[in-house]
Ligand binder design. Structure first.
Ligand code: SF4
Length: 717
């Protein structure tokens, strides 16, 4: 709530993080937008949205003891992906909603982008009030909130049939079971008792079937690292308590601490190959773990505080032990990470780890103790206790009552008030970082921040948007291509175009840092675009063993020469040849990463043609002046026989364009034959037409600002 001129308004928020919907848990209408749209917002542009469908999720009964909010959110994610809630609002209602605490609701709301929804909304009710009381809000603030929502008729859990939703989906909370999700996507939930069987099954399945294309007999192969460690497929190399989704939920954090305590007391230890870490988003977490007396046990198992903020969740786990990385690479081992994050797309967590499982913090600790995902925790003991006895997961799993008894340490208003009252002074190192003074940044030479070329040759008159004629195909990708595939945030490979560029600029390999840290430098970012080590360009032929070539490579045409996608893109730009990219369903899923669109533009891609888009990435492409198209009907890359050696025209968008108009894809094959296919232009609103015709949001906004300014300012520009 906020008050202005004597009137109260409910809070709303547009955030640049895709996990902005977390505040839907306290009744705030909020969603994430791409950085490009946010930049326009900061410069005074309104945010546009087509009126969405609202899907009501009827929550029945309540969670059983021992089942965590993470188990619930992985179940919701699976259900929502099956329902297809992309571009839709989701609202939770029914008696089950009332049974959830605000932190549990926040866990579910936070993952809205991971199940494809714009929001995952909860009403303001008694649980909201309890949360505000426990986190240091004043009585006056709480009274105002409650009175406002009551006066508006919006207070309390929504009953069945009270609202006419576009669609209603049922979920019985009592049927939710402990689960993990993976090994490559958050919606692929696996019940805990089926993890071993699932990993075994996927081990020898093809990539198209979500598998790892290995020989079944290699599953049991063990190898020795140079320093004598015994490792093999399925071994857990990273166990990380991480991510805003879970570390803001004291129920699961205290659960992890209590489990660690019982494990230590029983004499269990973490396997030596597991890299463990604890990275909450708030200092409140370390404070309540300490007060509950659980920190020493977590530390004993290696879950020491690593940082506050995004760590393993976004690929910032740092390197594995060199000898382990070496053995994985030499033997092509499929090893695992288990993390309490919400995204596990290929190569996001760690370039060397191909199987990544999302799980609750207590399960993260459990798998660190087990050391492998090939141990069936339902039928095999976790390990041996002090006296040589078998210890089972059930022996150390905390009860709902034990967690409840510790909750008093987490909901302490004074702690929230103390830790949030001095945020600006909380990190003296940060305040000491030198900065460039003055109103206009002077772009000192740096491999971290460089002046981007988006306003190069800017003029007040937009250039005609141009046509897509005789374009070449830069890449063909399958379903669920994530923004992590398009613009990775993690480590930089020394032999990749970005790695070579850094070395040419005197940056030594240990100082590479990550793409995420260098996202202020377009030279690095464009070299990383479509450069994920696991991306599969379907233009390259299938390997003899049935697997696909991985990494950002393509064929330059018509030479047919194989080269990195960045090199091919630069060659096409120098030849004056436009390019297009083809994809499948859910293109651009995952983080709201604006570099996935910026990099696409800087590689000279004029159009992206896919089966369906994820909301934020589509909007980012338009925001950068790249045309998004969808195939119509049952057309796909495969059904149209597109292989990548064709030239492509797109007809119908040459002059005036209209939102969601039809266009025609003309495919000219190497043998001289021509095929046409209808396309749907996914420029969705009239304002997006303006953005596109101005070459993107940023030139549009700049022209608007300069148009209102005096002639002297315009001349200076
Ligand atoms: S990277 Fe992880 S911790 Fe960071 S905002 Fe995203 S989900 Fe949250």
């Amino acid at each position: 709530m906020h008050k202005k001129d004597g009137l109260y308004y409910p809070d709303t928020l547009i955030g640049t993080d895709s996990h902005t919907p977390m505040v839907n848990a306290i009744g705030v209408v909020a969603w994430g937008v791409g950085g490009i749209e946010a930049e326009a917002g900061m410069l005074g542009q309104p945010t546009y949205l087509l009126t969405p469908d609202v899907v009501g999720v009827h929550l029945k009964r309540s969670l059983r003891g021992g089942v965590t909010a993470t188990d619930l959110v992985l179940t919701v994610t699976e259900l929502m992906r099956k329902t297809n809630v992309v571009n839709k609002f989701v609202e939770f209602f029914g008696e089950g909603t009332a049974s959830l605490t605000v932190p549990d609701r926040a866990t579910i709301a936070n993952m809205a982008p991971d199940y494809g929804a714009t929001m995952g909304f909860f009403p303001v009710d008694e649980a909201t009030i309890t949360y505000f009381e426990g986190t240091g809000r004043t009585k006056e603030e709480i009274d105002a909130l409650k009175s406002y929502f009551k006066a508006q008729g919006m207070y309390g859990t929504i009953k069945k049939d009270a609202i006419d939703y576009s669609q209603v989906v049922e979920l019985d909370l009592a049927g939710v079971t402990p689960s993990l999700a993976g090994p490559k996507r958050p919606q692929d939930r696996i019940e805990i008792g089926k993890v071993k069987a699932k990993f075994t099954e996927l081990f020898s399945k093809s990539a198209a079937e979500n598998g790892f294309s290995k020989k079944p007999e290699d599953l049991k192969k063990r190898v020795k690292t140079r320093d004598g460690m015994d490792i093999g497929a399925g071994d857990v190399m990273i166990a990380a308590i991480t991510s805003c989704t879970n570390t803001s939920n004291p129920g699961v954090l205290l659960g992890a601490g209590l489990l660690a305590k019982k494990a230590v007391e029983r004499g269990l230890t973490v396997k030596p190959h597991v890299k463990t870490s604890l990275a909450p988003g708030s200092r409140v977490v370390t404070e309540y773990l300490k007060r509950a007396g659980l920190t020493p046990y977590l530390e004993k198992l290696g879950f020491n505080l690593a940082a506050y903020g995004c760590t393993t969740c976004i690929g910032n786990s740092g390197p594995l032990k060199a000898t382990i990385e070496e053995a994985i690479a030499q033997n092509d081992l499929v090893c695992a990470a288990v993390l309490s994050g919400n995204r596990n797309f290929e190569a996001r967590i760690h370039a060397s780890l191909r199987a990544n499982f999302l799980a609750s913090p207590p399960l993260v600790v459990t798998y660190a103790l087990a050391g492998t995902v090939l141990k069936d925790l339902m039928t095999e003991p976790l390990g041996k206790g002090k006296n040589g006895e078998d210890v089972w997961i059930g022996d150390i799993w905390p009860s709902a009552q034990e967690i409840q008894d510790c909750m008093k340490y987490a909901m302490d208003p004074k702690t929230f008030q103390r830790l949030y009252s001095n945020l600006a002074d909380a990190n003296p190192m940060w305040t000491k970082v030198p900065s460039v003074p003055g109103q206009v940044y002077s772009w000192p030479k740096s491999t971290y921040i460089a002046e981007p070329p988006f306003f190069k040759d800017f003029s007040m008159q937009p250039r005609p948007a141009g046509t897509v004629r005789s374009a070449r195909v830069l890449g063909i990708f399958g379903d669920s291509l994530t923004t992590d595939h398009i613009s990775p945030a993690g480590s930089i490979n020394p032999t990749s175009p970005a790695g070579i560029y850094l070395q040419e600029h005197d940056v030594a390999v240990p100082d590479f840092n990550s793409f995420g840290a260098r996202r202020g430098n377009h030279e690095i970012m464009m070299r990383g675009t479509f450069g994920n080590v696991r991306i599969k360009n379907l233009m390259l032929p299938v390997k003899p063993d049935g697997s696909r070539v991985e990494g950002g490579v393509t064929f330059h045409q018509p030479s047919g020469e194989q080269m990195p996608i960045y090199d091919a893109a630069m060659k096409y730009i120098s030849e004056g040849v436009p390019t297009v990219v083809f994809g499948g369903e859910e293109y651009g899923t995952g983080s709201s990463r604006d570099w996935a669109a910026k990099g696409t533009l800087l590689l000279g891609v004029r159009a992206v043609i896919v089966k369906s888009f994820e909301r934020i990435h589509r909007s980012n492409l338009v925001g950068m002046g790249v045309l998004p198209f969808q195939f119509k009907g049952s057309d796909t890359v495969a059904s149209l026989g597109i292989t990548g050696d064709e030239t492509v025209d797109i007809r119908g968008v040459e002059g005036e364009i209209r939102p969601q108009q039809d266009a025609t894809l003309v495919i000219r094959r190497a043998d001289g034959s021509v095929k046409e296919a209808p396309l749907l232009l996914r420029i969705d609103t009239p304002i997006e037409v303006d953005y596109y015709q101005h070459g993107g949001i940023l030139p549009f906004v700049l022209r608007e600002i300069l148009g209102k300014a005096g002639p002297s300012v315009r001349a200076a520009a």
